[in-house]
Design a protein around this ligand. Sequence first.
Ligand SMILES: N[C@@H](CCC(=O)N[C@@H](CS)C(=O)NCC(=O)O)C(=O)O
Length: 255
Amino acid sequence: MDHIEAKDARDLPGLRLAVTKNIPNPFCEAAKSLFHVKGIPFTPVAQHAAQPNEDLKAWTGHRNAPVAIWNEEPARAGWAEILMLAERLNPAPALLPADRVLRALVFGICHEICGEGGFAWNSRFMMFPQEAANDTSAEKGSWDDILHRQYGASREQVERAPERAASVLRFLASQLHEQKASGSAYFVGDGLTAADIFWACMSIGVRQLPSEWSATPGFLRKVWGQMGGKLEVDPILIEHRDRIYSTYLKLPLDF
Ligand SMILES: N[C@@H](CCC(=O)N[C@@H](CS)C(=O)NCC(=O)O)C(=O)O
């Protein structure tokens, strides 16, 4: 992916999407996928993992990624805001059902996957060394220091993370089993929604994509492998992920 630096992207028109460079950051993979499925072009802006990203921060108020900036509008960094922007910029294909109850279910499932306290946040806590929880002595600017300050990792959060992540995975699997029993291969209703895309992209740490699909750097494969090894994942979740990737998303991943 041909990223441009934040300082060069600021004055460009249209959609700019800050995404982590050289790393398949699941939140970024999800944001890119939303725009890909809808055919919405964007200028990729480099976010450098665990770095201060001063120009990006000065421009958008955010150091991490993804951040979506549409023309002069305020920057959007949360998964729900980015999804709503994508829905607005190109309503088709709709990734949210028109039916209010189903729509609320999609949002709830996405929150369990991506939101604070959900699967992705807890699996990230599982990548923190236990002994580093609450450690404020990490060297300033180091990976641990940035992660602690950015994402908050109390000892309680780190200790309970595996159980919390596992309970989301059980919920997601039971939803897919119920849907399968009623003849659907999707999380909600009978077609693709944001819930399918968020699960596909957020699952890539817990069960990694084959190297033909993702040139994930070795250090990350190692950390993700240790994290994923601590979680049971019902095969239906991975079958679903693989089908969503091979049917709808861009392969191989481009980061
Ligand atoms: N803002 C996103 C979360 C984004 C996020 O967690 N990004 C992390 C992914 S692990 C990131 O950019 N990590 C690299 C860094 O912090 O430099 C949301 O709340 O939906």
